[in-house]
Write a protein that binds this ligand. Structure first.
Ligand SMILES: [Zn+2]
Length: 462
């Protein structure tokens, strides 16, 4: 009898302890999980890019908005097989907490599929979305929404996985990979629509949208550089407009959400040493951070983390940098490259078109000898890493050298497999609920691990 009484007593005592433990934990000293997490990735955005953008926009003593965020850390970005990461392994580290090999997306080095932090939010009943000014099937957004062993031939598959995984909001470039020609005759956009998605193609369609499953593809390839949008009469939304709509859609149901926002073209501008575009792209990203933090400030239940996947080209603010001359350039080096004309039956550009392009857009008078070297440098770089971009990259390097910019030199950019990424540590900024966990020198893999820890989610362990 006494034994039964003791067992009952233990049972009764244990009941309220368990329920009190969970019911009252929000009032205890432990941090309650944020309801929403917005992870913002400035692709290739190191401290040099921030310094250039800040000086160009706000002057020597001015500051970017993101500098006002209360928590700051530095992240190391090496990948599993290289001290310098590419965007695939860098994105995978930020998405899954695993260091994989360059070129791999959402898989461990042995090819095992790994759930991302976005998948964990989805599994816990939250809404999820990705935004990129790159193609939505490329490295950073893909690392959060898919798993493929090779980023270069996996893009059509990534587009299918994003549908299968029912990512609620997908916004960016890359419509090319959703077309029947890339999808074995299947119209993938139609498949999205059949599953309840609305497909939007430009700024005004995006603005009008009011549903809860959104696919927005605004360019066949990358979205246009900010500098070029007017010249191209672009109808693409900017990063703030996409972010605003994504938050509106994801926050509608009050379940909480995870959103990844990528300012991707900071990296592309950096590869080209296009300091003017680095300025414009970084400021657009910083303005978006400001919008997001103000939203989180009103919401009071959101964590905002701002990171980079790696640094690109060792961009440095040099003593003799001619800021005024660079600020007068009105288009990207991609645009300038589109204005060059090739000689008949030759890989060389005509002296006239090179001379005129540099004069008109960059206000530089090149000598015949300089134009000859420009052509020879591009021909030498053909067949090497990122062959298709060599013209715009050489235009950027020529302009940057002329105006005393600091960056990795032509030869080093051509030798590596990443086209000029560096292993420099990248800055991390955090604001909002749970932000204090982000401090000190951390690994890129700690970012999703910290978020999972705050949420009480279990991440894949190696
Ligand atoms: Zn990158």
């Amino acid at each position: 009898m006494k034994k039964i009484f003791m067992m009952l007593l233990v049972f009764v005592l244990s009941l309220p302890i368990c329920s009190i433990g969970s019911a009252f934990s929000p009032q205890s000293n432990t941090v309650t999980p944020p309801k929403n997490v917005i992870l913002m990735v400035g692709d290739g955005m190191g401290v040099g890019q921030l310094e250039v953008a800040s000086l160009f926009e706000h002057g020597k003593e001015g500051k970017l908005f993101l500098e006002s965020l209360p928590q700051v850390a530095l992240a190391r970005t090496f990948s599993n097989n290289n001290s310098v990461t590419d965007s695939a392994a860098g994105g995978t580290a930020l998405a899954t907490g695993i260091k994989t090999n360059n070129g791999m997306l959402g898989v461990s080095p042995d090819g095992t599929e790994v759930d991302s932090i976005l998948d964990l939010f989805k599994q816990h009943g939250k809404k999820v979305g990705v935004i990129s000014t790159h193609m939505v099937v490329d490295a950073t957004p893909a690392a959060f929404t898919s798993s493929v062993k090779n980023r270069w031939d996996g893009q059509p598959e990534i587009a299918r996985q994003q549908l299968k995984n029912e990512v609620d909001v997908i916004l960016g470039g890359g419509s090319h990979f959703f077309q029947p020609e890339q999808q074995g005759g299947v119209d993938l956009i139609k498949k999205y629509q059949e599953k309840g998605y609305t497909y939007v193609r430009n700024r005004s369609e995006l603005k009008k949208y009011e549903g809860d499953k959104l696919l927005g593809l605004f360019h066949p390839s990358y979205m246009s550089f900010k500098l070029d949008r007017d010249d191209l009469e672009s109808e693409e939304p900017n990063l703030i407009e996409m972010t605003k709509k994504a938050i509106e859609v994801l926050s509608k149901e009050d379940k909480g959400f995870f959103l990844m926002v990528e300012g991707a073209r900071i990296d592309h501008a950096s590869h080209a040493t296009d300091l003017t575009s680095i300025w414009k792209e970084t400021i657009e990203f910083d303005d978006t951070v400001k919008y997001v933090v103000n939203w989180a400030n009103r919401d009071q239940e959101t964590l905002v983390v701002v990171v980079a996947d790696h640094e690109t080209m060792g961009i440095t603010l040099t003593e003799k940098l001619n800021v005024e001359a660079l600020k007068k350039i009105g288009v990207s080096t991609t645009f300038i490259a589109s204005q060059l004309k090739k000689k008949n039956h030759s890989e060389e550009y005509t002296t006239k078109s090179v001379r005129q392009a540099f004069k008109n857009f960059a206000h530089i008078e090149l000598t015949d000898q300089q134009i000859h070297s420009f052509n020879q440098d591009i021909i030498r770089a053909r067949g090497k890493v990122y062959s298709a971009f060599q013209t715009e990259w050489h235009i950027g390097s020529t302009i940057s050298n002329y105006y005393h910019g600091g960056a990795i030199n032509l030869e080093n950019r051509t030798l590596g497999n990443t086209g000029g990424h560096s292993a420099n540590m990248v800055p991390v900024f955090a604001y909002g609920k749970g932000a204090s966990i982000f401090n000190g020198v951390i690994n890129n893999t700690d970012i999703p691990k910290n978020i999972a820890h705050l949420m009480g989610y279990e991440m894949y362990r190696e």
